[in-house]
Design a protein around this ligand. Structure first.
Ligand code: HEM
Ligand code: HEM
Length: 483
C-alpha cells in the first residue's frame, strides 16, 4: 500500500542538516531558468517603487514640486496614484517575485527532485510580470479599488491569484515527487504560504464581485483580515522558510533546533489590530490584541533558533556580505515584532495610529527585515543559477550596497518614529491647530527624503551588480526532457 507522501517517516535526526552538498537537480540552462527570471524581474520591480517612493518623499517635503511638473504628467504623478504604485510594485513585484524565485530554486534542492514543471514556472514568471505591468499602468491611470493593499482592479486580482496558484502547484508537485524522505521546515513553510495566500488574496479582494468590496465596517474587517495574512501567512511564513534554508548555508551551522523551528510555524488572527478604536466589535479588537501578544511565542522561538544557529558565525558575517545582509534582516525582523506587539496595545496605539510611526514600522518590516533577507537570497542564488559566473558580483559594490541601505533605512525609520511621536503628542494634546502639526513635519520629511535617497543609491548599486551577472550569463542549453 502506498502511504501518503508526507507521512513517510525519517529515521534521521530531527535537526535540519548542514548545507546539502550534492549536485543540485537544477542549474544553468533550461532548468532553473524560471527561478533566474523571477529574481531578475524582482530586481527590476525594486527600482520602480524606489523611484515612486523618492517622488512621494519629495512631494511630502515640498508639495509645490508637484506643480512644477509638466502639465501632462501631473495627474499621473500625484501622491494618491504614486502611493499604490509604490506599495504594489514593492510588495507584489520586488518582494513576492524574489520569494517565488528563491522558492523555485530551493524546493528542488531540499526535496532532491527536479522541479515539477519548469514550463509552468516559465508561464508563471511571464504572467506575474504581465500582472505587474498591468498594476503599474492601471494604478497610474487612476484605476484603484480604494482598499489598502487591495487596490488592484478586478481582472488583475484574478491574475494575482493565478500567479500564487501556479507557484503552489509547482512547490507542492515537486514535494510530492521528492526523493528526500524528510520534508524540511522551509518546504512546509513555502507550501503553506503559497497556498494560503492564494485563498486569502481572493477572499480579501472580494473577487467574486467585480466591485471588489463589501460595505461598511464589514469591508474594513475583511480588508484587514486579508492585509495581516498577506503579511503573516505570505511574507512572514514564506520569509522564515527562506531564512531556515539560507542561514545554515551561509553560517555553515545546521539550524539549531528543528523542533523550535516548528514552533515558529504559526499564523495568527490579528487583522483587527490595524483598526483599534474603529467602530468594529470590541470582542474582535480584544481578540486581535491577545493574538498579537501571543505572536511573541513563535517569534521568540525564531529568535532563539537564529541566535543559537549563528553561534560562532558572527565573525564570518564581517567578511561575508550576504550573511551580513541575512543576519541584519533577522535582527530587524525581531525588532519589527517587538514594535508590533507594543503598538497593538490600545494605549500606545492611540498615540501612534495614523502617524508617521506606522510608516516607520512598515519599512522596518519590509525594507530592513524582508528586503535585507531577499538581498542575501539574490546574492546567494543568482550565481548558482548562472553556473559559470559565480564571481560576477563586485564585492566592493556589495559592501556599498549594504552600508548605504543600512544607514539609509536606520535614519529613515528613526526619523519617522520620532515624527510619529511628535504628531501623536500634538494631536492628543488638543488645541494645536492641525496645519501647525503638518508644518512641524517639514524637517522630518527632509531627513526622510535624504535617507530615502541613500537607500535609493544602495538599490541602484544592487541593480548594477545584478545586471553584471546578466552579461556573464551562460547561454541556455537545449531542453533536456519533457514533463
Ligand atoms: C527609496 C526607498 C523608499 C522610499 C523613499 C519610500 C518612501 C515611502 C513613502 C513616502 C511612503 C508613503 C508614506 C505616507 O503615506 O505617508 C511609503 C509607503 C510605503 N512603502 Fe516605501 N519607500 C521606499 C522603499 C520601500 C520598499 C523597498 C518597500 C517594500 C519592500 C516599501 C514599502 C512601503 C509600504 C508597505 C508602504 C505603505 C506604508 C503604510 O501604509 O503603513 N517602501 N514609502
Ligand atoms: C508580532 C508581530 C507584529 C505585530 C504584533 C504587529 C502589529 C501591528 C499593528 C498593531 C499595526 C497597526 C498600527 C496602526 O496603524 O496603528 C501594524 C501595522 C503594520 N504592520 Fe505590523 N506587526 C507585526 C509584524 C509585522 C510584520 C512581520 C510585517 C510585515 C510582514 C508587518 C507589517 C505592517 C505594516 C505594513 C503595517 C501598516 C499597515 C497599514 O498600512 O495600515 N508587521 N502592525
Amino acid at each position: 500500500m502506498r502511504s501518503f507522501p508526507f507521512a513517510r517517516r525519517s529515521s534521521g535526526p530531527l535537526v535540519q542538516p548542514a548545507p546539502l552538498t550534492q549536485a543540485p537537480p537544477t542549474g544553468a540552462g533550461q532548468e532553473g531558468r524560471a527561478a533566474r527570471w523571477f529574481l531578475y524581474s524582482a530586481v527590476f520591480w525594486l527600482v520602480v517603487p524606489g523611484v515612486a517612493g523618492l517622488l512621494m518623499a519629495a512631494f511630502l517635503f515640498a508639495p509645490y514640486l508637484h506643480e512644477r511638473l509638466p502639465l501632462d504628467l501631473r495627474p499621473y504623478l500625484q501622491f494618491g496614484r504614486l502611493r499604490p504604485v509604490h506599495v504594489n510594485t514593492a510588495l507584489f513585484g520586488w518582494l513576492s517575485m524574489a520569494y517565488a524565485g528563491a522558492m523555485l530554486f530551493i524546493v528542488p534542492r531540499l526535496t532532491r527532485a527536479p522541479l515539477y514543471s519548469e514550463r509552468l514556472a516559465l508561464v508563471n514568471v511571464v504572467l506575474w510580470n504581465v500582472t505587474m505591468v498591468g498594476a503599474f499602468f492601471s494604478l497610474l491611470l487612476g484605476f484603484n479599488q480604494g482598499r489598502e493593499y487591495a487596490e488592484l482592479a478586478w481582472p488583475l486580482d484574478w491574475l494575482m491569484i493565478a500567479n500564487y496558484l501556479l507557484l503552489a502547484v509547482n512547490l507542492w508537485g515537486t514535494t510530492l515527487r521528492r526523493r528526500e524522505p524528510r520534508v524540511y521546515i522551509s518546504v512546509w513553510n513555502f507550501m503553506a504560504a503559497s497556498l494560503i495566500i492564494a485563498f486569502v488574496y481572493g477572499i480579501g479582494n472580494v473577487v467574486w464581485d467585480p466591485a471588489g468590496a463589501l460595505t461598511g465596517m464589514n469591508d474594513a474587517i475583511l480588508n484587514y483580515f486579508y492585509v495581516h495574512n498577506l503579511f503573516n501567512a505570505w511574507f512572514t511564513t514564506g520569509g522564515i522558510g527562506l531564512v531556515y534554508y539560507l542561514l545554515p548555508k551561509l553560517s555553515g551551522n545546521p539550524v539549531w533546533s528543528y523542533r523550535l523551528a516548528v514552533w515558529g510555524f504559526a499564523s495568527v488572527w490579528t487583522g483587527q489590530h490595524h483598526l483599534l478604536y474603529a467602530p468594529g466589535p470590541d470582542w474582535l479588537e480584544a481578540l486581535s490584541v491577545a493574538f498579537s501578544i501571543l505572536a511573541a511565542v513563535p517569534n521568540t522561538a525564531f529568535a532563539y533558533n537564529f541566535f543559537m544557529t549563528m553561534q560562532g558565525a558572527w565573525s564570518k558575517a564581517r567578511s561575508d556580505v550576504p550573511l551580513r545582509f541575512l543576519a541584519t534582516g533577522c535582527i530587524f525582523y525581531l525588532l519589527t515584532c517587538i514594535q508590533g506587539v507594543a503598538q497593538s496595545f490600545r494605549t500606545f496605539n492611540s498615540l501612534v495610529h495614523f502617524t508617521n510611526w506606522v510608516i516607520g514600522h512598515s519599512h522596518l518590516a519590509f525594507v530592513a527585515s524582508f528586503s535585507f533577507i531577499a538581498f542575501a537570497l539574490v546574492y546567494h542564488i543568482l550565481p548558482r543559477l548562472q553556473g559559470s559566473s559565480a564571481g560576477a558580483f563586485s564585492r566592493r559594490v556589495m559592501e556599498w550596497h549594504y552600508w548605504l541601505t543600512l544607514v539609509g533605512i536606520v535614519v529613515f525609520m528613526v526619523v519617522l518614529w520620532t515624527a510619529g511621536l511628535v504628531q501623536g503628542r500634538d494631536w492628543l494634546a488638543g488645541g494645536v491647530p492641525f496645519m501647525d502639526t503638518v508644518r512641524a513635519m517639514r524637517p522630518y520629511m527632509l531627513l526622510r527624503l535624504l535617507a530615502g535617497g541613500t537607500i535609493g543609491a544602495g538599490v541602484l548599486l544592487f541593480a548594477y551588480n545584478v545586471a553584471r551577472t546578466l552579461r556573464s550569463a551562460p547561454k541556455p542549453a537545449p531542453p533536456r526532457e519533457r514533463r
